[in-house]
Design a protein around this ligand. Structure first.
Ligand code: GRG
Length: 309
């Protein structure tokens, strides 16, 4: 990961001062760097040790960071990675444009790796991520959203980049088609588990640990699994309260809604759904030879579900 950080730092540079300032601001705030870890761990688990793995790991982190910059504008978020968001600090226009810089820099770096399959995986992944965000926008303020439609959004907007990261490790290592698909399955399941926990933490987490504000999903009228389960299991009055909050994006009722979400076991149900996805990911690891990297991937499954940030 030190090597990845070095690539990130060197590829961030731009002659335009504001780009340097904002990209260093958001990248410097850290982040868990899960997606680059997936690239490195799958490459290592499958025996690939070439320097391209650092470039690819940095590429997926740049794409991830570009999506965060854009997402915080779309969601009007104020806190990210424990700091004021770039949009709150530098404004929406600057955030969107620096997101574009990071995104297009990632594509320059992909070209330098000179492998058509890498370009294909990342071009497809970024396109699906954007589709996921548009789908989510269309689902906003809809309390009648079906669970399958909610799951589709999280597979697109979040799990796709996890899937691409794991797949790229396999591509670098020259894995055959079946093994590449197995690695992609791992990433997809882990990413789904990760987003389910993200949606859970938006209700039960603590802003100072999360590094972002809790309750943002309700404020935006986002129908996530904790609310879907609470509406299914709650009383008529509970359902009416939650429906109204989703339709109007109301944060005032957060304490009452939190109580309903807890009392109906909706948080536990969401965590259990995440655990089932993480178990699916773990099951894939049997295809990998026993190694330090495989153990680290196992650890990542556990930590992605049992986390507070
Ligand atoms: C630029 C390709 C492109 C698309 C723009 C706005 C948008 C379309 C996509 C947003 C997708 C998005 C932000 C999904 C949520 C993913 C998620 C759970 C982010 C948080 O990830 P962490 O916790 O963040 O890994 P850290 O801060 O640890 O890096």
């Amino acid at each position: 990961m030190r090597q990845v950080d070095a690539v990130i730092r060197s590829r961030l540079s731009s002659q335009v001062a504001l780009i340097d300032q904002i990209s260093s601001y958001i990248v410097g705030a850290g982040g868990k760097r899960i997606r680059p870890r997936l690239v490195l761990l799958f490459a290592e688990a499958l025996g690939f040790e070439g320097p391209e793995r650092y470039e690819l790991a940095a590429i997926v982190e740049f794409i991830h960071t570009a999506t965060l910059l854009h997402d915080d504008v779309v969601d009007e978020s104020a806190l990210r990675r424990g700091r004021a968001t770039a949009n709150a600090t530098f404004g929406n226009a600057a955030s969107v444009l620096v997101g574009d810089f990071l995104y297009s820099r990632a594509f320059q770096m992909m070209v330098s790796v000179n492998r058509m399959r890498v370009l294909e995986v990342l071009a497809d992944a970024t396109n699906i991520i954007a589709e996921g965000e548009v789908l989510q926008l269309m689902n906003m303020h809809d309390p009648d959203l079906a669970v399958e439609d909610y799951l589709r959004v999280i597979r697109f907007k979040t799990a796709k980049l996890f899937e691409a990261s794991a797949r790229l490790g396999a591509v670098l290592a020259g894995a055959d088609q079946a093994l590449e698909e197995a690695c992609a399955d791992f990433g997809r399941s882990l990413g789904t588990a990760f987003q389910l926990v993200d949606d859970l933490l938006d209700y039960e987490g603590k802003s100072d640990e999360l590094g972002k504000n809790v309750g943002d999903d309700l404020r935006e009228g986002k129908t996530t699994l904790p609310l879907l389960v609470a509406m299914e299991r709650g009383s008529e009055a509970d359902r009416a309260l939650i429906r109204h909050a989703i339709e109007h994006g109301e944060l005032q009722k957060l304490p009452e809604i939190l109580a309903i979400v807890r009392a109906t076991g909706a948080l536990d149900a969401t965590r259990e759904a995440a655990e089932r996805e993480a178990d699916k990911a773990r099951a894939v690891l049997r295809f990998l030879p026993e190694s330090r990297a495989r153990n680290a991937l196992l650890e990542l499954c556990l930590r992605s579900v049992h986390r507070s940030s």
